[in-house]
Ligand binder design. Sequence first.
Ligand code: NAD
Length: 494
Amino acid sequence: MDQPSIDALRAQAVAPRGHFINGAYHFGETGAQMEVLSPIDGQPLTQIADGIAADVDAAVRAARVAFEDGRWSRMSPSTRKNVLLKLADLIEGRALELAVLGVRDNGTEINMALKAEAYSAAATFRYYAEAIDKLYGQVAPTSEDVLGLIHHAPVGVVGAIVPWNFPLMIGSWKIAPALAMGNSVVLKPSETASLSLLKIAELAAEAGVPDGVFNVITGKGAMVGEALALSMDVDIMVFTGSGGTGRRLLEYSARSNLKRCYLELGGKSANIVFSDAPDLAEAAKVSAAGIFRNSGQVCVAGSRLLVQEDIYEDFVTEITRHAQAFRVGDPLDLNSQIGAVHSLPELEANLRFVTQAEAEGAERRTGGDRILTDTGGYYMAPTVMAGVKETDTLFQNEVFGPVLAVTPFKDEAEAIRLANATVYGLAGGVWTANLSRAHRMIAGIRAGVVHVNTYGGADLTVPLGGVGQSGNGHDKSLHALEKYTNLKTAWIKL
Ligand code: NAD
C-alpha cells in the first residue's frame, strides 16, 4: 500500500478520539475531553476522552466478559497466532502514519519513531505471536501412580499503564505478550501520548482481536490510572513510568485485591569510560547518542558519564563537541537528529536541573537552554555538565531530559562504587579493551543491563528490567511471558 508523505500526514487534522471499549470508540460516561498539545509547536493537536472511574469499570467489565466466555482465551493457539501476525502486518503497513501521529503527539524525532516505535511494535507483535504455538507445559517427574501436569494459565484481565516516551514500543511490549497468552487487556496510555496506541486498538479489531479483549482508556493518571490499579477485577498490573507512580501502584494493590504489580521505572545509568577503551572516538560518539537521542527521554539513557582521570579532559571536550553537533529541530524533518522535549513542564524541569547543578558547583560545558523558541515548540540544547559530584542532585536524580552529568574516577573500584551510588539499577555501560575487566564490571554494576563497548540498542531477544528502585519486572524476550501466566498444577491419580 502506498503511504502518504510525511508532509501530507502532518497536515491532516486529527479527529478527537474517545476511549476504545468493547471494539468501539466511546467518549465515556461524562463525554468530557482534554486537549492534546503538540510539542512540535505548542499548538492544540486534538482532544481525547478525559475518563472517569466509571469508564474504567466499563472497560474492565468488557475485558472480564471477553475473558470468561473464552472468545480469545480459549481460541486455538494457532488461530490466535494468525490474528496477532495479521496485526503485525497491519501495523507495518501503516508504519509511517503511526509514526507521524506519535511524533505530533510526543515529539520524538521521526527517524527514531519509525524504527523504535512503529516497526518495533510490528516486530513485537510478530515475536510473541510466533511464540504462542511453540510453548509447552511440563510433565512433573512423579511416581508412576500419579501424573503431575504444569500448565501456564492466562491470568485473566491485565491492566497496563504506560508512559509518554515510546508509547508504541513500550505499549506493545506489554499488550503483545499479554494477548499472546490469552489474556484480556485494559490499557491506559499517558494522557500526553495516547493517539498512536488508540490506533493500535483499532488495528487489533481489524486484525480479528475480538471485541472486549483489548480496550484503551484515556485520561489523567490520578483518575483513570488509579481506578484501573484499584479495580477488584483486574488480575495483574504491568506498569512503565516513574518511581513515584510505581510506588502508588503497590499501595493501590494493597488497598484492593493484592494484584501482582510489575514495575519498570526510571534510571540514572552510569556509562563508564576507561582509558583502555578500544576506540575513544567511537566511545564519545556512541555515548553522546546514548544520552541525547530523543532529547534524553530514554529510560536506559547513559545520563551519568564516568570517565577515567587520565583521559577526563580530552573525553569531555570530545563529547561536548558531539553534543554541539547534533541537529535539534522539527522532529518531522528527516534531517533532525533530535526532536522536541515532550512537554513544557518537562522542559522547565530540565532547565531547573541545570540551574541547580550549577549552584552545586558543576560546570556547564554546553547547552542548558531552551532553543528554537520562535517555533512555539519545546526544544532544549544537549547539555554537558562536568565535575558533577556524587552528592549532587544531578548525580542522584533522574532528569529524563538531554542533560549529561560527567564525573571523573581513578580506578576500577571507584568506578564500580560510583556506578552503584544511586537508588536506581536500570542500565550501565563499560568501555574497555580488557576482557577480564569487562566481566568484573558486568558483575559489579548493579543494573538490569550492562552494555560493553556500545550503549543501548539491545533488541527484543533479551529482557529489559531494573533492580533496586528501577523496578521488579522484565519486558521483552520470552521471559516477559511469565508475567502474563499463572502456573497451574493438575495432579491426577492414575
Ligand atoms: P509517570 O509515572 O508520570 O506516568 C506514567 C503513567 O502513569 C502515565 O500513563 C500516567 O498517566 C500514569 N499515572 C500517573 N499518576 C498515576 C496514578 N496516581 N495512578 C495510576 N497511574 C498514574 O511517568 P512518565 O513521566 O509518563 O514517564 C517517564 C518515566 O518513565 C521516567 O521515570 C522513565 O525513566 C520511566 N520509564 C521507564 C522505562 C523502563 O523500561 N524501565 C521505560 C520508559 C520510561
